[in-house]
Design a protein around this ligand. Sequence first.
Ligand SMILES: [Zn+2]
Length: 370
Amino acid sequence: MKIPNGHQIIEEFEKWSPKYLAMEGDPIGLHVGTLNKKIERVLVTLDVNEEVVDEAIAKGAGLIIAHHPPIFRPLKNLQTDFPQGRLMEKLIKSDIAVYAAHTNLDVAVGGVNDLLAAALGLQNTKVLVPTYEAELVKIAVFVPETHEEAVREALAKAGAGAIGEYESCSYTLSGTGRFRPTNGANPYIGEAGKMEVTAESKVEVVVRKNEKDRVIKAMISAHPYEEVAYDVFTLENKEIAMGLGRVGTLNTPMTLAEFAEWTKQQLDVPALRVVGAPDTVIKKVAVLGGDGNKYIQQAKRSGADVYVTGDLYFHVAQDAQDIGLNVVDPGHHVEKVMIKGVMEHMSKQQPTWQCEFLPSETNTEPFRFM
Ligand SMILES: [Zn+2]
């Protein structure tokens, strides 16, 4: 068991929720402190407020992973008589780093929106608002059969072969490799000047172009040869679009009133707001975590019978009524599903790390339902 440093933790995290998935201008990434230190405990939270920082101190966390960026607008000063200045002072004095994964975690496969869709029991989910379409390359590597498995594993671990809801996808062909090492070579198989014939496999994987360099590096380090033979092909086909929100179907249709009850239960909220007639039958559901006011038209066009989103404005609710779109607003705080999601994902990725991912137990919901 090894204690990871902050860079290793974030490198692993960004394989899942890369920065390039974030909306333009979203201030994601490291907000406070340094990743250049060993981290034994990470606190996962929706928001960072003073109570959360106190919790991090009490639990001995060296890093906080938060969904909402604590410095959302540029700071004009750091006066410690004011709440934000005090928060920053406390973090720095306690040597606690804060890393924010906001819209990139909303878009990521298995991120906030997938977690919300799963909590609502949605099936066959698709992206509601496409925001990112990855360019793809294909990497084909030639490897002796003895190392085929190790190279396939290294490729998958670096993120190669992710296609939609599937991971570790690859294709392997058996063949014969021929090469003659020259005098300057230090071959793994064979000797200088002699033609070598060896059983090799060709392993092919699809990789996002953005992740190509990392994948090639991981592949080479798992490969036994001095000179690794591999090809990189540009592909015409694009990855299935990624984006905000999801739309999917319920296993069993229910009325809007029943669906509202179901949402309360599944997303753990005491109350919610509903637009629409309570007896409407709901089968198809669109969900978008956080503030989804901008996307009511997309929700309508997706054919959803109801749109679940937070922070609904009065006039947007009227617009939804006008276009015949039912809405359920369980609030913004339901994004807290990310806490469990991040913990489970990170603990699964690196079971050999001596690093605990702890859920924040501070309730950061500002509203009280009375
Ligand atoms: Zn949010």
